[in-house]
Design a protein around this ligand. Structure first.
Ligand code: AMP
Length: 282
């Protein structure tokens, strides 16, 4: 596996690969890698000649300083996992390379995606995500990019970033299904911060999503959302939201016509750790 820290070095290397007509797949991550990340790499390797993974804990997408400080950093283990999974290139940049001092950043027009669900609870989060992804895409100039359904709203935001940035129009995006532990808990770097007791309770989020899928029927949805919230609070979660939304636009749905594809989205704290998950329920 080739490891690059400097932008010019990775660009020179990838340029040579592109001249050989090899296509470049790209998996952006913040490290603390787990099987979920590796499933993105696997999908990337299956359809691209060169698989590039980046590890960069992006400060601009954290609205909570404490969350940024506590974010796990496990680069040695990450590199071992990536080598084991046959990753071709690791891009591991320094913050100054990604955000050169004095550089003015664009404001991204994300329309309603900016203020719904994660946007409402993490002001500025998706601007930060777009900033770093814009920068990373511009450096790597990939043919195909891979993102996890685990971060459903983020996938919609990236789709919009690609659609609204002419230089990204040729990029293909693949959304990879969420990898779960055997108890249903969605794999996440943040799970490392859960205590043993919290780990026992955490799968309640997935069980609640399954409850919503089971209970969904045409008509008002307020009641099942309330029941779902209660199921979580009873187990000790501090619920940010239980949402049911149009699976394409993420517009919240309070009254379902029995036809529209729907996604259920949950964000809740267990102790100090904020967990998110989602499920397409109709
Ligand atoms: P992160 O390191 O949390 O920024 O995640 C990097 C990428 O991995 C994002 O596209 C995530 O959606 C994806 N990802 C994180 N957890 C999972 C999971 N459990 N299953 C599939 N993809 C995931």
């Amino acid at each position: 596996m080739k490891v690059f820290k400097k932008i010019k070095d990775i660009q020179d290397y990838l340029q040579r690969q592109k001249e050989k007509k090899l296509n470049i797949g790209f998996v952006p991550t913040m490290g603390a890698l787990h099987q979920g990340h590796l499933s993105l790499l696997e999908a990337c390797k299956a359809s691209c000649d060169i698989a590039v993974v980046s590890i960069f804990v992006n400060p601009t997408q954290f609205n909570d300083k404490n969350d940024l400080e506590k974010y796990p950093r496990t680069i040695e283990k990450d590199m071992t996992l990536l080598i084991g999974a046959d990753c071709d290139v690791l891009f591991y940049p320094e913050a100054e390379g990604i955000y050169p001092p004095g550089e003015i950043t664009r404001i991204y027009d994300l329309q309603s995606l900016e203020n719904l669900f994660e946007g409402a609870y993490r002001p500025g989060h998706f601007q930060g995500v777009c900033q770093v992804v814009d920068r990373l895409f511009s450096i790597v100039q990939p043919h195909t990019v891979f993102f996890g359904q685990k971060d459903y709203q983020q996938c919609m935001v990236i789709k919009r970033l690609i659609a609204t940035t002419p230089s990204f129009h040729s990029i293909d995006m693949t959304i990879v299904p969420t990898m779960r532990e055997s108890d249903g808990l969605a794999m996440s770097s943040r799970n490392m911060r859960l205590s043993e007791e919290e780990k026992q309770v955490a799968p309640t989020i997935y069980q609640t999503l399954l409850f919503l899928k089971e209970a969904i029927e045409a008509g008002p949805l307020t009641h099942i959302k309330k029941t779902a919230t209660l199921k979580l609070s009873e187990k000790g979660f501090m619920v940010d939201y239980v949402g049911i939304a149009d699976a394409y636009t993420l517009e919240p749905i309070d009254e379902w016509d029995g036809q529209k594809p729907l996604v259920a989205l949950i964000a809740a704290f267990l102790g100090q750790v904020r967990l998110i998950d989602n499920l397409v329920i109709a």
